[in-house]
Design a protein around this ligand. Structure first.
Ligand code: C2E
Ligand code: MG
Ligand code: MG
Ligand code: MG
Length: 291
């Protein structure tokens, strides 16, 4: 019964969690345990090159498979990790896991660039770049298989520091993406001083682009800006064919969203890609046979 479950777990699972110091403390303890106990995992969401339809990348998204509370989404536990000093351990786990996965897939001939989210707090660490490069070396991962996603607001909070951390990563071939672009009220002039390769247009704009003229203008303007800067673009949260066609027509490089695939476990992503290749081969064989 609800009573047997206890008031704590009710609060823990409820929306009031963030205001509830006791529930928060309990989550903190469970999260600390979860990292050590291997309860965290990564799911991967493909990024499709719009011109070719090919999946050239995937974003790694953290999930917490809690033994009794089920799958907990990152919006619920990343902020807790950030506040209680666990984000370094979590960030290390995420980068290590993604790097090993990218290296393992590359070994199978499946070269897929994996995008990894970086928290503002991780980026603030003066040893961020050095630590990240050491993790890639240990995982035997080609740095060009890794893209680091920094949110626009984290990048701009201290742009000089961010630029200093990102430059050596980029020099080794790591790609840098600006995540959730359009939500951070950036000064565009200072943004251009940052070294980066990709802009990810926030899902909110992509969702509204077909209905709201303002969102449509933002998407078109950002895609135009990216073209002028010579950087690639990812449209986040593409859910419909109309959205795909709209961003593709405005020159967007990649699409990511439920239209193509939800985030899935590593094995499912590999199976999904295998099925695609088999279908492609069948089509080619069919076409050849028909001649
Ligand atoms: P994000 O980096 O902007 O990731 C994109 C989010 O949009 C993901 O939510 C993804 O599942 C969701 N999404 C993708 N396509 C669609 C779509 O077509 N429709 C809808 N409605 N949603 C879509 P998720 O996995 O819940 O992650 C939420 C946020 O948590 C991420 O936003 C990121 O800021 C943070 N996060 C996730 N994993 C990590 C991590 O390993 N480290 C850090 N620091 N943050 C992470
Ligand atoms: Mg992201
Ligand atoms: Mg994003
Ligand atoms: Mg987002």
């Amino acid at each position: 019964s609800a009573r047997a479950a206890g008031p704590l777990s009710v609060r823990w699972a409820g929306a009031a969690l963030n205001d509830d110091a006791y529930g928060r403390l309990r989550m903190e303890q469970e999260l600390r345990h979860a990292i050590a106990a291997g309860e965290l995992e990564l799911h991967y969401q493909p990024q499709i090159e719009l011109a070719s339809g090919k999946p050239l990348g995937a974003e790694a998204l953290a999930r917490w498979r809690h033994p009794t509370r089920g799958m907990i989404p990152p919006d619920r536990f990343i902020p807790v990790a950030e506040e209680c000093g666990l984000v370094e351990a979590l960030g290390r786990f995420v980068l290590e896991t993604a790097a090993r996965q990218a290296a393992a897939w590359a070994g199978l001939g499946f070269r897929l660039r994996i995008a990894v989210n970086v928290s503002a707090i991780q980026l603030r660490n003066p040893a961020f770049a050095e630590t990240a490069l050491a993790i890639l070396r240990e995982a035997d991962c080609d740095p060009s298989l890794i893209e680091l996603e920094i949110t626009e607001s984290a990048a701009m909070a201290d742009a000089d520091h961010a630029a200093r951390q990102l430059a050596p990563l980029r020099a080794q071939g790591v790609r840098i993406a600006i995540d959730d672009f359009g939500t951070g009220y950036s000064n565009l002039a200072s943004l251009t001083q940052l070294p980066f390769d990709v802009i990810k247009i926030d899902r909110g704009f992509v969702r509204d682009a077909l209905e709201h003229p303002n969102a449509r203008m933002v998407v078109a303007a950002v895609l135009g800006l990216a073209g002028n800067l010579g950087v690639e673009t990812v449209a986040e949260g593409v859910e419909t064919e109309e959205q795909r066609a709209f961003v593709a027509a405005h020159g967007c490089t990649y699409g990511q969203g439920y239209l193509f695939s939800r985030p899935v476990p590593a094995e499912s992503l590999l199976a999904w890609r295998r099925n695609q290749l088999v279908a492609e081969l069948r089509r080619m064989a069919g076409a050849a046979g028909g001649r």
